[in-house]
Design a protein around this ligand. Structure first.
Ligand SMILES: N[C@@H](CCC(=O)N[C@@H](CS)C(=O)NCC(=O)O)C(=O)O
Length: 225
């Protein structure tokens, strides 16, 4: 007797094994997803964008890839493109469940999103005007005062625990580290907040962070926000 043929099942493409492409600019906020990709151990290709010209190394107009013009941008192997840092890092984390973000739907995950939103609006976009040469000095000083209030809030948190969410490094730490990393260049003195200085050193010492740092700084391009 001939055994019936097993039903044809389409081979499952494992999203975990597919290659993603990260559009980044050295030292920009895209450092956060770059760190997350190394920390997650995912295979990826990093594509450098020159933010002064909005062009890739081969001359491609970056606006043709991301009409928003900014980095980061994540491209999946089916061509799908995802923008907005706080979303990109969660996507990366969810490709390696249980490593860089709490499970979707849990209260802890909302805590992570709370951090990502805080970092985006209260740190990242408060630092941004410090990059622009046409920002008046008085505005820069006002921004630094606003940032100081956020540092007052953050310092005791990272004094009592190694990472924003407690004992475990998450993508929120990748994001905060990438933004606070701008401090020396932008003349934001973190020394009145020693736990934040130690936090930066602690995160910088992680192997995934070192790899991302080395990858970004083997090439020269100006950081910009
Ligand atoms: N809302 C965006 C902001 C990203 C952003 O500010 N990117 C900066 C670098 S840190 C950038 O590419 N600026 C250049 C430009 O806007 O053309 C996100 O969260 O991803």
């Amino acid at each position: 007797m001939i055994a019936p043929k097993p039903p044809r099942v389409a081979p499952k493409s494992s999203p975990k094994e597919s290659l993603v492409k990260l559009y980044y600019s050295p030292g920009a906020c895209s450092y956060a997803p770059h760190i997350a990709l190394y920390e997650a151990g995912l295979p990826f290709e990093a594509v450098k964008v020159d933010l002064r010209t909005h062009k890739l190394a081969d001359g491609t107009d970056y606006y043709s890839i991301n009409p928003k013009g900014y980095v980061p941008l994540l491209e999946l192997d089916d061509g799908t493109r995802l923008s907005e840092l706080a979303v990109i890092v969660q996507y990366i984390a969810d490709r390696k469940p249980g490593t860089l973000a709490p499970a979707f739907g849990s209260m802890e995950r909302y805590r992570l999103m709370e951090w990502l939103n805080f970092i985006s609006s209260e740190l990242h976009k408060q630092f941004s005007p410090l990059w622009y040469p046409d920002t008046p000095e008085v505005t820069k000083e006002a921004q630094k005062k606003r940032l100081a209030k956020r540092f007052d809030y953050l310092n005791p948190i990272v004094a009592k625990q190694p990472f924003l969410m407690g004992q475990n490094f998450t993508v929120a730490d990748a994001y905060m580290h990438a933004i606070l990393n701008w401090s020396p260049q932008l003349k934001v003195d973190l020394s009145p907040w020693p736990a934040l200085v130690q936090y930066q050193q602690r995160v910088a010492a992680r192997p995934g962070v070192t790899k991302a740092h080395n990858a970004e700084h083997t090439s020269k391009a100006a950081a910009t926000a």
